[in-house]
Design a protein around this ligand. Structure first.
Ligand code: SF4
Length: 296
């Protein structure tokens, strides 16, 4: 009866049942997880895969289990602990977030969307994920994995558009169950399916619990209509690589690194100079006389 009125019930049931049997055992999903641990995991996972995040997350939470611990840490230690997770501005925002949680909320992560969104580094996705995964509230969690699963299984396209559209968000809201606990399970399960089965480049359709329901497969797996408009994530020779090289040198040094040593890190002096200036502007690096060091 439910299936007759809810076109997405079969999809949800299949994905949630699959998740119950196959979910990866990740520490931020454990029964003893804390809201702060969930928030930290979501920030780390924004642009970094689980396999690289998990050991960093464990070390991070051992060292700074509560927001107050991270708030009191030196920024240099925070950036060293961030290690090679990439996009280190996230580490600075996470420490600012910890300080705001201490100042505004007495050290406890708020379970309120507006209060979460007001925290540094917390956007729509992270707020929704924390509400669902830390507090069990109903919230529509839409990340790249969920977008891809819905695009394929429901809409029948190879990949979602390069940027989220209103119709996608409306579909995600329509598919999410009304019940808070069921909604949180669906969010976790659909993200997991996108991360490990319905992957961007090589979906494992033969192992997919919703193959029999998948609109994209039913349509004969048509090609990606947005293919020419997608940005590729190049690395070699980019400013990101230069910034990463400089940050790695500073993280690995117990004290300031002389400007001459920094100059030797990269052959293109103009590119290096631009990147170092960007790191200083972002608050990731400080200049001290004729040397550079991590802040604070
Ligand atoms: S059948 Fe393939 S494309 Fe469809 S949802 Fe499953 S993994 Fe994705």
């Amino acid at each position: 009866m439910l299936h007759a009125t809810d076109p997405h019930a079969g999809l949800r049931t299949a994905v949630v049942d699959w998740f119950a049997a196959s979910a990866r055992d990740l520490p931020w999903r454990a029964a003893n997880r804390t809201p702060w641990g969930v928030l930290v995991s979501e920030v780390m996972l924004q642009q970094t895969p689980v396999v690289r995040v998990e050991p960093r997350w464990r070390a991070w939470m051992d060292r700074w289990p509560e927001p107050a611990d991270l708030a009191a840490a030196s920024t240099a230690d925070v950036l060293r602990a961030w290690d090679r997770l990439g996009y280190p501005r996230r580490a600075l925002r996470l420490q600012e977030c910890a300080r705001a949680v201490v100042k505004r909320h007495g050290g406890g992560v708020p379970d309120d969307e507006a209060a979460l969104l007001a925290l540094p580094g917390v956007g729509t996705y992270t707020a929704a994920a924390v509400l669902a995964f830390a507090f069990g509230h109903r919230s529509v969690v839409v990340d790249t994995n969920v977008r891809r699963v819905l695009a394929r299984a429901v809409t029948g396209t190879a990949l979602p558009p390069p940027s989220p559209r209103a119709a996608e968000l409306a579909l995600a809201a329509a598919v999410a169950p009304r019940d808070p606990a069921a909604s949180a399970r669906w969010a976790a399960a659909s993200m997991e399916l996108g991360a490990v089965v319905c992957t961007a480049r090589a979906p494992r359709c033969d192992a997919c619990p919703v193959l029999h329901l998948c609109a994209w497969q039913a349509a004969g797996a048509p090609a990606d209509e947005h293919r020419g408009r997608r940005r590729t994530q190049a690395w070699a020779g980019t400013d990101r690589q230069v910034r990463g090289t400089v940050m790695a040198a500073l993280r690995g040094s117990p004290g300031p690194v002389p400007r001459a040593s920094v100059a030797a890190l990269w052959p293109d002096a103009a590119q290096l100079s631009r990147c170092v200036a960007g790191l200083v502007e972002d608050g990731l690096v400080e200049q001290e006389g004729a040397a550079y060091r991590l802040p604070g």
